[in-house]
Design a protein around this ligand. Structure first.
Ligand SMILES: [Zn+2]
Length: 528
C-alpha cells in the first residue's frame, strides 16, 4: 500500500498528515527543512566514508552464494515446488447482486511436522458488513462457504467461524492431513462486494476484487496464524501458491488479474497465476489498455478515460522495473498490470498487479505523485510478493523496502544531491516534535498492535524505514548494499523472510562497520 491517502473525507487527520508529508517530500528543495533535532540528527549524520567497503577476495561476499548465516534457517521452509497449494477456481461476477463466487478446489500440502486435523482459511469479505469495526460504511454480507468436501476421501466437511473474528474459518478434517501429504478439498463460496472505494469494493462499473476468496492461512509453530484485519496497511500472510482461475463476467467487462489473463470468449476469462501469494482481479467496463515493455516484462496499464494518466503510469512502471531489476534482481513475473481505479489509498499491491488511485489532482505535483506511487507498488513485487513476510508482524520488511525503492526510482531522473535532500527532509521530520510527542520509538520490527495508533504505524513502516535503508546503503557503500539486496532477494524468493534473516545479510555483507552497527542499534535494537 502507498502511504498517500486519496480521499480525505474518510480518515481526516491521518490522511491530511500523510498527504502533506508526501506532497511536501515530493516538492522538496534543499532549503526547505521544517524541523530538526540535533540529537537525532547526530544519529543520522552522514558517514565519512561512502565508498564501497574495502574487502579482500577471501571475505568478499559472493552474490550467488550468500554466507551460511544468511540462509534463513529459522524453520520457515515454505518454498514452492511440489509443496505449494494449488487453487483451481471457476468464478462468476454478478453485477446485480454485487457478488463474486463459484467453485474452488485446493490441493493443500502439509509442510509442517504436525498432523492437520483442521485447516484455517481467511475469508476477509465477511468483515465488510454494516457492523464492521473499521470506520467504513459498507453494505456487504457475511460470505457463504458451502459444500465443503475432502475430495480424496469423498467426505463432506464442516466449517466453523471464529467467534472473535468472522474472517477466520476453520474446516474440520475428518481424516487428518499428515506431514508431507497433499489433500484435495473443494468448496463453493460467494462473497458480497460492498459499495466502497477500497481494495475490496465496487464503484460505478469497477470491481476491485482483492482478498475476495477464502485463502489458506499459514501454519507456524504449531498453530494457524490468524492476524486481525486492519485498513491502513496490510495484515495479509499467505504462502506462494499456483492459481488456475476462470472468470465469468458480463460480456462488456474486462478482467485484469494477477498472473496472465486471456479472454477465452466474450464474458469468459482464463487466468494462470503461478508462484503468487494471492490473486487480485479488477473487473470493469470500458477498460482501455496501453502497453509497453521493460526488460522483457509486459507492462499493461488499464484505464477508463484519462490516457495521459495511463501514459505517465506506464512510463513510471517501465522505469521502475528496469531500475529495480538492477537494484534487487529480475522482476519475477511475465507481466505487470497497473490499474487506474477507485481507492482511498494511493495504491495497493498484489502479485503482478497494482491498483492505483485514479486521480492525484489534490497532490501538489500530481504527475510526480502518480509516478512515485506506481514505483512504490511495483517495488512490492520484490518485497511482499517475491520475498514474503508476515505483514502484520513485520510490515517494515515490505513497506520500508518499497518506500526506500521510491528513492531508487527517483535516482533515474534526479541527481544525488536532490535525493539526499529528500532523505534529510524526512529525517529532520522524524526528529521533530510531532514524532516525539507521539511517543514513538524508531524500532522498525514491531507488529501492528504494538503501535499506539495508525499514524505511528505509518510513519515507522514507511518513513523511518526508508530513511534507515537509505542510510544503510550509504554506510555500506552502494556496491556492497546492492550485492546484499540481490543475494537476500534471491535467497528468499518465493519464501518468507524475517527481520533476523535480513540482519544476517547486513552483517555478512557489511562486516565490521561502526556506522552500520549504529543504524542497526537505532532501528532494529536487539536483533542479532
Ligand atoms: Zn506499500
Amino acid at each position: 500500500m502507498s502511504s498517500f491517502r486519496a480521499n480525505s473525507s474518510i480518515r481526516g487527520i491521518l490522511k491530511v498528515l500523510l498527504c502533506v508529508l508526501l506532497a511536501s517530500a515530493l516538492c522538496f528543495t534543499s532549503g526547505c527543512r521544517l524541523l530538526s533535532k540535533d540529537n537525532l540528527a547526530a544519529l543520522f549524520s552522514r558517514t565519512e566514508n561512502t565508498e564501497p567497503r574495502d574487502q579482500t577476495e577471501e571475505n568478499e561476499p559472493d552474490e550467488t552464494e550468500p554466507d551460511e548465516t544468511g540462509s534463513g534457517t529459522d524453520g520457515k521452509d515454505k518454498s514452492g515446488g511440489d509443496q505449494r497449494a494449488v487453487y483451481t477456481m471457476d468464478l462468476t461476477l454478478d453485477t446485480v447482486a454485487h457478488s463474486i463466487g463459484g467453485s474452488v478446489t485446493v490441493d493443500v500440502f502439509n509442510y509442517s511436522d504436525d498432523e492437520w486435523d483442521s485447516l484455517c482459511f481467511r475469508d476477509y469479505p465477511s468483515l465488510f458488513t454494516a457492523d464492521n469495526d473499521y470506520d467504513l460504511t459498507v453494505d456487504g454480507k457475511i460470505s457463504d462457504i458451502l459444500n465443503i468436501k475432502d475430495e480424496d476421501n469423498d467426505r463432506d466437511l464442516k466449517m466453523e467461524r471464529s467467534t472473535e473474528d468472522v474472517s477466520v474459518v476453520y474446516i474440520e478434517m475428518k481424516d487428518a492431513i499428515k506431514p508431507g501429504e497433499t489433500r484435495r478439498i473443494s468448496f463453493d463460496f460467494v462473497s458480497y462486494v460492498p459499495l466502497l472505494e477500497d481494495r475490496y469494493g465496487y464503484t460505478n462499473d469497477m470491481y476491485n476484487l482483492s482478498n475476495f476468496y477464502p485463502v489458506l492461512a499459514v501454519y507456524e509453530e504449531g498453530d494457524w496464524v490468524a492476524h486481525p484485519y486492519f485498513v491502513n496497511g496490510e495484515c495479509f500472510y499467505s504462502l506462494v501458491s499456483d492459481y488456475f482461475v476462470t472468470f465469468h463476467t458480463p460480456s462488456d467487462m474486462t478482467v485484469a488479474c494477477s498472473g496472465e489473463e486471456t479472454m477465452a470468449e466474450e464474458g469468459t476469462w482464463s487466468v494462470e497465476a503461478l508462484s503468487v501469494r494471492d490473486i487480485s482481479a479488477v473487473i470493469g467496463k470500458d477498460l482501455k489498455v496501453v502497453t509497453d515493455e521493460a526488460d522483457g516484462v509486459q507492462v499493461n496499464c488499464y484505464y477508463t478515460e484519462d490516457k495521459r494518466w495511463a501514459e505517465i503510469a506506464v512510463k513510471a512502471g517501465v522505469t521502475a522495473i528496469e531500475a529495480f531489476d538492477e537494484a534487487f534482481g529480475p522482476y519475477p513475473y511475465p507481466e505487470i498490470d497497473i490499474i487506474q481505479t477507485y481507492l482511498f489509498a494511493g495504491g495497493m499491491e498484489y502479485p503482478s498487479i497494482v491498483l492505483i488511485y485514479k486521480d492525484f489532482e489534490s497532490s501538489k505535483d500530481p504527475d510526480a505523485t502518480l509516478s512515485t506511487v506506481v514505483a512504490h507498488e511495483i517495488a512490492h513485487q520484490w518485497f511482499y510478493s517475491l520475498v514474503g513476510d508476515d505483514q502484520y508482524d513485520e510490515a517494515w520488511l515490505d513497506e520500508s523496502f518499497a518506500s526506500y525503492a521510491e528513492y531508487v526510482y527517483m535516482e533515474t531522473y534526479l541527481d544525488e544531491d536532490e535525493i539526499e535532500g529528500r532523505v534529510d527532509y524526512v529525517q529532520d521530520i522524524m526528529g521533530g516534535d510531532s514524532f516525539t510527542n507521539m511517543g514513538n520509538t524508531l524500532r522498525l520490527n514491531r507488529p501492528y498492535d504494538d503501535f499506539g495508533d495508525d499514524d505511528s504505524y505509518v510513519y515507522t513502516a514507511y518513513y523511518y524505514g526508508k530513511v534507515f535503508l537509505y542510510r544503510l546503503r550509504e554506510a555500506m557503500g552502494k556496491e556492497d548494499f546492492t550485492l546484499m539486496m540481490k543475494a537476500y532477494v534471491k535467497e528468499f524468493s518465493n519464501e518468507v523472510a524475517t527481520t533476523e534473516d535480513f540482519v544476517d545479510y547486513v552483517h555478512t555483507y557489511a562486516g565490521d562497520n561502526e556506522d552500520v552497527d549504529k543504524l542497526l542499534q537505532v532501528f532494529l535494537p536487539g536483533v542479532e
